[in-house]
Ligand binder design. Structure first.
Ligand code: CUA
Length: 158
């Protein structure tokens, strides 16, 4: 069977690209493991309430001695805990979420905030909010019959 040399060349190029992509994926899996492609930090979902970091009295907004602000939230059917947080505008804020049951998501309309909350992992996002106002923090992964009602209020103040 005759194959045009130019066509043969392009077949080789495309096969070479496939081989390159597959080997990048394989190498990445070898060195980084097969994980959610984000902050890879594990936590036992069944023992969240017993953990120091995500215990009930440690949730919400915390300001460290050096001024860094961290917000810790627990997602569970069908709410984020706490239900309301207040944070300053134009300040870098580190959000850390865990799920106590199933897969949830978090989305804040009109901001760049969006991530998945996978049971067994800590989801971490850094963000800042230039405009003061009230924002809903919505669950954007279907998690059950009460999914529509799963949200918290975020107040961004000057
Ligand atoms: Cu939680 Cu949908």
């Amino acid at each position: 069977m005759h194959i045009d040399p130019l066509e043969r060349k392009w077949v080789q190029v495309s096969l070479g690209m496939c081989a390159l992509f597959v080997s990048i994926i394989m190498l990445d899996a070898l060195f980084h493991g097969v994980n959610a492609p984000s902050n890879v930090e594990t936590i036992d979902s069944r023992k969240i309430h017993l953990s120091e970091e995500f215990g009930e009295d440690n949730l919400g907004v915390q300001v460290a001695e050096n001024g860094e602000i961290t917000v810790r939230l627990v997602a569970g059917r069908y709410a984020f805990f706490p239900k309301e947080i207040t944070i300053p505008a134009e300040t870098k804020i580190t959000f850390r979420w865990v799920s106590m049951d199933v897969l949830h998501g978090v989305h804040m309309p009109m901001t760049n905030m969006s991530t998945m909350i996978v049971p067994g992992y800590v989801s971490q996002v850094e963000s800042s909010f230039p405009r003061p106002g009230e924002y809903p923090m919505l669950c954007n992964e279907y998690c059950g019959l009460g999914h529509d009602h799963m949200w918290s209020k975020v107040s961004v103040i000057d």
